[in-house]
Design a protein around this ligand. Sequence first.
Ligand code: HPA
Ligand code: ZN
Length: 325
Amino acid sequence: DPLSDFIRGLPKAELHLHIEGSLEPEQMFEFARRNRVALPFRTVEEVRAAYAFTNLQDFLDIYYQGAQVLRTEEDFRDLALAYFRRLAADGGVHAEIFFDPQTHTDRGIPFQVVADGLLAGMAAADELGISSRLILCFLRHQDEDAAFATLRAAEPYLDRITGVGLDSSEVGNPPSKFARVFQAARQRGLKLVAHAGEEGPPDYVWQALDVLGVDRLDHGNRALEDDALARRLADQGTTLTVCPLSNLKLCVVPSLDAHPLGRMLDLGLRATVNADDPAYFGGYLLDNYVRVAAALDLSRDQLVRLARNSITGSFLDGEAQAPHL
Ligand code: HPA
Ligand code: ZN
């Protein structure tokens, strides 16, 4: 298919990808078997049938349950490597992957097991020609103390962690709740990102900018409800990591042809396309581009712009970006 071939050929970075959200049902069964973890499902079909969500929390409940099969360093390495192989097949050249340490440390898996496994997967990806960075996300439904404890656990790894992010249940957990932990992360030289404006109001996007001082914004859909906010994002050139199929599956948009990505580009926002949790939302990076491009009738110029935004919006330095531009 010409559209798909054209997009595959564009060098692309993925900037919004939860590695735990790349756990395919087949892999969930494999890890459950080798780790002797009981699952509430008998078949892959039963698992996929459970992936019918009406909002973010519906998804999060099942996503945290799935993550329980991940126990060993090898699990985390295999999970990451499977994702990077898939990214390479989609014409991806670079990924900045999120991980949720609290999901694992809270059930007794040491931080080092998670981090060493993911870093081993990233080293193997290098051999495939895929560069990558790691972003530690704090779970916003937990408290500030828990986030600080996670930052402390990460201390020995901070030379291998590029930034911190904020994910999980958005409404009721504003960015301001994590002002001090983000300030501490900044003092340690980390980049800052946060999910905002997926389900939460424009005020949460203002807070991500003004209280946290994020270097990049994850989702940002609802920023378009506030003209001054959209102008601010355009003027300061903030990169938005937009996730079309995630938005569809979590009912953030009623259909892909109602997706705001086209409007974002028209407003001069630096939008990018990303998969978020591909195993749960029914598509990896290339599928996200192809389906939103078809639904919104995006031009080749717009697709080139989206791919370029993903490179320039990455945390790679200029020299490392250059070969992809
Ligand atoms: N939003 C918030 N938290 C998440 C998401 C998301 O899309 N995916 C994984 N954790
Ligand atoms: Zn996300």
